[in-house]
Design a protein around this ligand. Structure first.
Ligand SMILES: Cc1ncc(COP(=O)(O)O)c(C=O)c1O
Length: 411
């Protein structure tokens, strides 16, 4: 073997020129907190993690059992089809009909995705290119912005916390921007702010889409996590919705199958076809055993979905009651997996990132700083209700301890 010194140019510096689409991405704002959380854990601290909307409960045993059966069948270990097996797409169409009265053609208007985030991201790639603009919700679930950026598009972020005003701003932007926005992204129940809408919101959105010629992408990941009798409306139940857009749903939250990576994109057949074309090049579909278990979940596990929502409702109450007792001004969410809490004075002046760092450091409670969701998120924290009620009570106690008046006086 030749030594290093014998290899020509061995000492030449070598750099890896990654693509602009990578270097254009901003630093990950949750990185600092995740690092601290990790260090605390390594040091043996039991961190209560309300940082990420990552369900801690397993899926219903029937779903797990079906996956185990499917695993034992040699037929399921080959590549699957990238748009999802037929019976799965049929089940999704049936569910849309049963729950929302929306009729979908399973062959042309439904496609399975490797989690809704994959489908969402590749749809942006399918629809957008240099010079195209998307209106995205603000505060922003990061992929809503960065899937557009990765597709070389431009982004206009509009505050969604007052949905009526959001629609007015969409109309204003379409009137005054040239070229007009090509895509409008909506996400209700909204992550992070938990804002919800009623069905007439989508009627108005479809009207605007037709008037100004934009496409709609509705992220409906929290479709089933609704409280106090509220039922989140589907964009696709609106007359005319199929002409202008698609909706993304997910099995991650409703069925606690986040790690399984399965979701769906349904709606306008040309948009679904465009996504299918991209996916046909990029992937070979979801492991077939997971698709089969997902069919069983949708056929037989309605009760499990209801109990998941009930569980989150109970946790929401525990967390909101506790924070209210500490004097926080809380807007109790009607849906979703998050409490979007205004940081109380005097702590708000620290900024949400430093305050969230303080909570991990001193209370052993990890939360997401509002600033991580864009400028409109400053002054807020997002607390995911993914831990059980007992842990949430403990989190409130610890937060209370580290924000007590004596601590505030030291500011
Ligand atoms: C608004 C929203 N959309 C999509 C996702 C991702 O869903 P999936 O697991 O189906 O990719 C999440 C997960 O946190 C979310 O909050």
């Amino acid at each position: 073997m030749r030594s290093e010194s014998e290899i020509p140019f061995a000492d030449n510096p070598f750099s890896i020129p990654v693509a602009d689409r990578v270097t254009r991405l901003p630093p990950y704002l949750f990185g600092k907190i995740n690092k601290l959380k990790y260090e605390k854990r390594v040091a043996g601290v039991d961190v209560i993690d309300l940082g990420m909307g990552n369900p801690t409960d397993p899926p219903d045993p029937l779903i797990q059992q079906k996956l185990a059966e499917a695993l034992a069948d040699p037929k399921n270990h080959r590549y699957s089809v990238s748009n999802g097996i037929e019976n799965l797409r049929r089940e999704v169409a049936k569910r849309y009909w049963k729950r929302y009265g929306a009729r979908l053609d399973p062959d042309n208007e439904v496609i399975a995705t490797i989690g809704s985030k994959e489908g969402f991201s590749h749809m942006c790639l399918a629809l957008m290119g240099p010079g195209d603009t998307a209106i995205v919700p603000s505060p922003t679930f990061p992929i809503h912005t960065y899937a557009c950026v990765l597709a070389a598009g431009n982004v206009i972020a509009l505050d969604v916390r007052d949905p009526e005003k959001f629609l007015q701003n969409v109309a204003y932007t379409c009137e005054h921007l040239y070229p007009k926005p090509k895509v409008v992204i909506v996400n209700f129940p909204h992550n992070p702010s938990s804002t919800v809408v009623e069905a007439d919101f989508y009627v108005d959105l479809v009207k605007l889409a037709k008037k100004y010629g934009f496409l709609v992408m509705s992220d409906f990941a929290y479709a089933d996590i609704c409280f106090d009798g509220y039922q989140a409306p589907s964009f696709l139940a609106t007359p005319g919705a199929l002409d202008v857009g698609v909706e993304f749903t997910s099995m991650s939250k409703s069925y606690s199958m986040a790690g399984w990576r399965i979701g769906f994109c349904c709606g306008n057949p040309e948009m679904v076809r465009a996504l299918g074309t991209i996916k046909g090049y990029y992937d070979y579909g979801i492991f077939q055993g997971i698709q089969i278990a997902a069919i069983v979940a949708m056929r037989h596990c309605d009760a499990a979905v209801e109990s998941v929502a009930k569980e989150y409702e109970g946790r929401r109450d525990t967390l909101c009651d506790g924070l209210e007792r500490l004097g926080w001004d809380i807007d109790r969410p009607k849906a979703g997996m998050f409490v979007w809490a205004k940081i109380p004075e005097p702590w708000a002046q620290m900024g949400s990132i430093d305050f969230a760092m303080k909570l991990v450091e001193e209370a052993g409670v990890a939360v997401s700083p509002g600033r991580g969701f864009g400028e409109d998120g400053e002054g807020y924290l997002r607390l995911a209700i993914v831990e059980n009620s007992q842990r949430l009570r403990q989190a409130v106690r610890e937060i209370g301890r580290c924000t007590r008046p004596e601590a505030a006086r030291a500011l």
